[in-house]
Design a protein around this ligand. Sequence first.
Ligand code: ADP
Ligand code: MG
Length: 250
Amino acid sequence: MIALNHLSKSFGKQAVLKNISLTVNKGEVVVILGPSGSGKTTLLRCINYLERPNEGSIAIGDFAVDCKHPGKKDIHRLRQKTAMVFQHYNLFKHKTAIENVMEGLVVVQKVPKEEARERSAAVLAKVGLGNKLDAYPSELSGGQQQRVGIARALALNPEVILFDEPTSALDPELVGEVLDVIRKIASEGITMIVVTHEMGFAREVSNHVVFMDGGVIVEEGKPNELFGAPKEERTKQFLKRITPEWSYDI
Ligand code: ADP
Ligand code: MG
């Protein structure tokens, strides 16, 4: 289980996350929705400690970090338990697909190179890139590059994978292949937190949906509740704008 308790984060005087509490059970897929600037990326980056929250605590399993007074080892342990999939893939351009996947295993997790290579080849096969192990990012489509990004996260065997708008940089015809891979991983029971604007996908794969605006959680619930019968005015307005073809009880 992952528990965020009273997380707050400011950049200078701007409060970007305001007292966020969220629980994600093991094996759950939680989707985070919200307009641009609502703090979604910052929230994911705080869970991975790419940003340091000013207040609150983060617990993953029985390991908890008090964000105000984290130990040096706490940050390292938190990063070991989480993996991030970025909007713009963030692959090393001068490394091949398999080298990109191996990097975290060898450098961070200190896995011996040969074992890392085998594990990386296996996860690349899993995301449908078994024939692209030695391709450089420039030789891959956006969808393939993002699948390398997903393989890199999977290889680390984290307790949770954090996806930050994984398909929003892709041409529309490449979105499907990436969503298919995420769907497949979700069905294997890996805990995931996914920021996405793909509403059909969100409705189908998530167990729990969170709507954020202005650095707070405005509303959360089961996908059928939140998409089918949102309670808060701000949620209704957002959903109406983004999925005008769905009908809402307004
Ligand atoms: P979202 O992902 O929902 O679009 P973000 O978490 O990226 O939102 O950003 C929330 C707010 O925090 C925005 O106003 C953004 O400008 C600000 N912000 C994000 N990162 C930084 C940063 N490193 N320094 C200053 N402001 C930031
Ligand atoms: Mg963002």
